[in-house]
Design a protein around this ligand. Sequence first.
Ligand SMILES: [Zn+2]
Length: 204
Amino acid sequence: MHDTHTIAPQTGSAFHLKKGEILTVTDPLGQQVSDMVLFNQHDFGEKLSSGKSLDFEECLLLTTGNYLWSNRSRKMMKIIADTNGRNDFLLAPCSKETFEIMYGYEGEHPSCLNNLTTNLAPFGIAQDDIPTAFNIFMNVQFDLQGKISVLPPTSKAGDYVQFEALTDLLVGLTACSAEDSNGGSFKPIRYSITPADTGGAGYD
Ligand SMILES: [Zn+2]
């Protein structure tokens, strides 16, 4: 019996993940990004670090077999499965300002940063403490000159990424709110938590 949760389109969630537990993040309909941030559950000063992860993994594109590292140079998670194989760790969570600066959007717009802030606040995390997210299913392309393009995800319905927690974690997770990151439409994200010894995605 697995504990499966659905994050509604353009919303987020936050939860604890104990050392040894496995988090499965699924794109149930396809082409939907999910931003994930991590904190050491016992000391929020230690958190996910894009810079350290790309450095130690010696790779810009992290997938099965790669680790997600903290700002204190410790492993927080191992990616143990990735049926899609394309994730991003370069871009910060989309925010209200993202839509203003990049797309000329005026007024309120749902965003990953806002959804992470709202869901992590009850645990004691402030917005300024939220790091660059590991952007699951996000399809960020770059050329040899470094030019970046955000393309629709290559993920298909049912694709998933599995992470093993290597320490006790506080996890923030979203269903991304950016039009360009999600092929122009907003879908839900599903996640489940299973003990390490059972493994498997285990969806109904
Ligand atoms: Zn987003």
